[in-house]
Design a protein around this ligand. Structure first.
Ligand code: C5P
Length: 407
């Protein structure tokens, strides 16, 4: 799958690098893409809408409403139309609007409405680029699963030398092409995803649970959806859920038992299972039907092990199925993770360590190591959960593309 026939929304904002948008449109149109340009008003100070309209073979959109023709440009429709939204160049101003969810022009409204993957190529002067607030905004949109094409180092329009130059159109084109190519293997592939914590009732009012927010699961759902997968997500009560998508079905559950029943029911139809759920290890042996009274100073509750969903699925796994699990360890990390990988018959386990700053529950970042059945390992640096999710999806995709899934 290439760029041919793809619908690309290209946002152009006010930066001198807007002149590069012309070459980028040429490359995309030549490759057979359908390019719809949206410009901010300050972008028009840098390059003429006529130039971009001529190259893209479509009128350039600048406002919700075209006063001359009376035509209304729906940001919602634009957001649904696109296979990908690319903002190149992305100015510091539009970056901060995206980071804050502001909605002051057609481009910003379309960004908020877009269900497709969003890519941005920032361009600004050296000091603006390295400013902590710019870097903070980049982190924020990255946590919102925007793909950032980092600015390059070189001579800038100001005459200063440093990082801030927009990536070259050829490089952006290559990245988009890779994005569309890689989307093939997972297209319409059914994936089972468990996510969030579980709640094990002690009585009608209290439960045993853990700190899982569901962020990692939501990020993985979105990464898989972006690659064309059909995601069946079995989610415990979470704080974060993926954006709605026609290829996403969420099955809400509470307890490990409910999650297990639902996951086992779905697993048979799925090629891939990604088990991010922080399933409670113990449940009350006998949950009380009435609220337990505060009568004695001490209270003992007898607990019994919950069913290990991953191990259960590992037992019934067929040759064409692939299971990715997670291990959150605080000590003897590798040894414990490897033991789990084998015992639960997983194909890969994602080890994250609570001892790494920025990793684990509630954070937007994660530091993980992939451990494979083959003994191979891959350690990733501290990344946003969205980036970790993309890396995990790429492993699944490579596995499917390699034909191993067709055994
Ligand atoms: O044994 P541990 O809980 O550390 O294993 C973590 C992995 O196993 C995760 O992928 C988690 O989703 C899965 N798991 C499960 N059912 C359980 C416990 C863990 O699916 N009861």
């Amino acid at each position: 799958m290439s760029i041919e026939g793809k619908k690309i929304l290209l946002g152009v904002t006010g930066s001198i690098a807007a002149y590069k948008s012309a070459s980028l449109i040429r490359l995309l149109v030549k490759a057979g893409a359908d390019v719809q340009v949206i410009m901010t008003s300050s972008a028009t100070d840098f390059i003429s809408p006529l130039t971009l309209a001529t190259l893209s073979k479509r009128p350039v959109l600048q406002a919700y409403f075209d006063k001359q023709s009376g035509q209304w440009h729906s940001h919602v429709e634009l957001g649904l139309w696109a296979d990908i939204m690319l903002v190149a160049p992305l100015s510091a101003q539009t970056l901060s609007a995206f980071a804050q969810g502001r909605c002051e022009n057609l481009l910003q409204a379309t960004y908020l409405s877009a269900r497709c993957p969003v890519w941005v190529a920032p361009a600004m002067d050296l000091d603006m680029y390295v400013h902590p607030s710019t870097q903070r905004n980049l982190d924020l949109i990255s946590a919102d699963r925007v793909h950032i094409i980092p600015a390059e180092t070189g001579e800038l329009a100001s005459g200063l030398y440093g990082q801030g130059r927009m990536a070259e159109p050829e490089q952006i084109f290559d990245l988009l092409e890779k994005h569309f190519k890689s989307g093939m293997a997972l297209r319409n592939t059914k994936v089972l995803l468990t996510s969030g914590p579980t709640r094990e009732a002690i009585d009608p009012v209290r439960f045993i649970s853990n700190h899982s927010t569901g962020k990692m699961g939501a990020a993985i759902a979105e990464a898989l959806l972006n690659l064309g997968a059909e995601v069946h997500m079995v989610a415990g009560p979470s704080q974060v859920y993926p954006k709605p998508n026609p290829r996403l079905k969420i099955y809400h559950v509470q307890s490990a038992e409910e999650m297990s029943v639902q996951a086992e029911q779905l697993f048979g139809q799925c090629r891939l299972a990604v088990l991010t759920a922080a399933v409670a290890d113990y449940q009350a042996a006998q949950p009380s039907e009435q609220k337990i009274k505060k009568s004695s100073d001490e209270l003992s509750i007898s607990l019994r092990k919950t069913k290990d969903i991953a191990a259960g699925l590992g037992k019934i796994k067929k040759a064409e199925q692939f299971i990715i699990g997670f291990a959150l360890e605080t000590q003897d990390e590798r040894v414990n993770a490897k033991e789990k990988l084998n015992r639960k018959n997983m194909d890969m386990i994602v080890l994250n360590s609570l001892s790494d700053a920025g990793a684990g529950f509630g954070h937007d970042t994660n530091k993980v190591t992939f451990l494979f059945q083959s003994g191979e390992e891959k350690s990733l640096p501290l990344l946003s959960k969205a980036e970790v999710a993309i890396a995990i999806s790429e492993v699944a995709e490579n596995w499917l593309a390699s034909g191993q899934g067709n055994r």
